[in-house]
Write a protein that binds this ligand. Structure first.
Ligand code: NDP
Ligand code: GDR
Length: 366
């Protein structure tokens, strides 16, 4: 396999996650127990990579779904997650999903694939509905069909567990603060609307067919692997480039909206914990702290010895048609039922991302 040239957006080798080797993976496996198998859609994304590492470290066989002919991110997955087996498939194509589930016979399916960038969902609302919304239905149907058609599964009563990546964007124009599992959904974008469909179809397949299906309502989670189109990474990359004299200013949109940010590695661990609990259920995952976009910028620039007000401007072209102004999680249920707790706080997250971008930018363009 050809060696990869690292790209600015691929800072995986530089971030603080422990490397997962085949040795550490098999050392975790208890002797005599069957090796569990997981299928992850969205393996090329931020969460797919952290989740795959977590599952490999817990002794799983991990399969990742990749779409498209000659998808350039396939090489990144092969280089950074060599123990992950790649399968081709697309959330738009039911037949491909049935084939993959039939072939892999997973114990757990994590559906992380989506059009996940909220502004894109206004430009391509129909595609967003197809992938982010109906894609969930297609995957659940694949599980239902394959499980029913498998005599060994039917005989053992061992179904396929399903995780759906739901989102705090479903709360949208919030009706109460903080938001918990009972808070009303009031989505503000085609993305949020599609996620509401994905959430309810997951609940419906649990109730209709007894599928062990969980919906994790995750608040914003970030990392050095976050796509550069999202505001946190745009800020940390921009601040570093300004510090290194490669950029003069940083243009953002709404600086006053508030988000509840956490570290992606903590949040993908919560996904895994949901599927290990004896009962399938839905959980809010977040830190319970919320901060303005301007606070994130202030901290990132300050970490580099800069004053953000000298460099950041709000540009109307980044203002959304409808904004989600305020999000703040009440994750009490996940703390109590799952025992989940985050390990990285807001300041730690900002500093981790700035430090990673500093290394990447210094190494790539010294
Ligand atoms: P990313 O945008 O990093 O990853 C999205 C993934 O979806 C990519 O692997 C992409 O593949 C894949 N994908 C897109 N369309 C299709 C398709 N038609 N068929 C198969 N795969 C497809 O997202 P994150 O990792 O940040 O998020 C993971 C999930 O969690 C998403 O569903 C997101 O909506 C949800 N979520 C994320 C939160 C966050 O803060 N990160 C918070 C709450 C929910 P490709 O590389 O080919 O484009
Ligand atoms: P979000 O994340 O829309 O919450 O969705 P994003 O980082 O894109 O925006 C957060 C907030 O920042 C404001 N903002 C800007 N956003 C971007 N992208 N670029 C800018 O220049 C900018 N300036 C200000 C936005 O208006 C918004 O208020 C993320 C995604 O991961 C979803 O898939 C996920 O479901 C939710 O988080 C929870």
């Amino acid at each position: 396999m050809s060696k990869l040239t690292p790209r600015a957006t691929d800072t995986r080798a530089l971030d603080p996650s422990p490397a997962v080797t085949a040795a550490s993976r098999y050392a975790c496996c208890k002797e005599g127990l069957p090796v569990p198998t997981a299928l992850i859609t969205g393996i090329t994304g931020q969460d797919g990579s952290y989740l795959a590492e977590h599952l490999l470290a817990n002794g799983y066989n991990v399969y990742g779904l990749i779409r498209g002919q000659n998808n350039p991110k396939r090489q990144v997955v092969e280089a950074t997650l060599p123990d992950v087996e790649i399968e081709m498939g697309d959330l738009l194509d039911e037949t491909s999903l049935i084939s993959v589930v039939q072939k892999v016979q997973p114990d757990e399916v994590y559906n992380l694939a989506a059009i996940s960038f909220v502004p894109l969902s206004w430009n391509q609302p129909e595609l967003t509905g197809e992938i982010t919304g109906l894609g969930v239905l297609r995957l659940l149907e694949a599980i239902r069909i394959v499980t029913a058609a498998s005599p060994s599964r039917s005989a053992s009563g061992k179904g396929i567990k399903f995780y759906q990546a739901s989102s705090s964007e479903m709360f949208g124009k919030v009706t109460e603060t903080p938001q918990n599992e009972e808070t009303r959904f009031r989505p503000r974008s085609p993305y949020g609307v599609a996620k509401v469909y994905g959430h309810y179809i997951t609940v419906n397949y649990r109730e209709s067919y007894g599928i062990f299906a969980c919906s994790g309502i995750l608040f914003n989670h970030e990392s050095p692997r976050r796509g550069p189109e999202f505001v946190t990474r745009k800020i940390t990359q921009g601040a570093v480039r300004i510090k290194l004299g490669k950029q003069q200013e940083l243009l953002l949109g709404n600086l006053d909206s508030e988000r509840d940010w956490g570290f992606a590695g903590d949040y993908t661990r919560a996904m895994y914990m949901m599927l290990q609990h004896p009962e399938a259920d839905d959980y809010v995952i977040g830190s319970g702290e919320c901060h303005k976009i301007s606070e994130f910028a202030e901290l990132a620039f300050r970490h580099l010895g800069l004053d953000w007000r000298d460099y950041v401007r709000s540009d109307p072209k980044f203002i959304r048609p409808a904004e989600v102004e305020h999000l703040c999680a009440d994750a009490t249920k996940a703390h109590q039922k799952l025992g989940w707790q985050p390990t990285v706080d807001f300041k730690g997250l900002v500093e981790m991302m700035v430090e990673s971008d500093l290394k990447a930018e210094s190494q790539l363009y010294p």
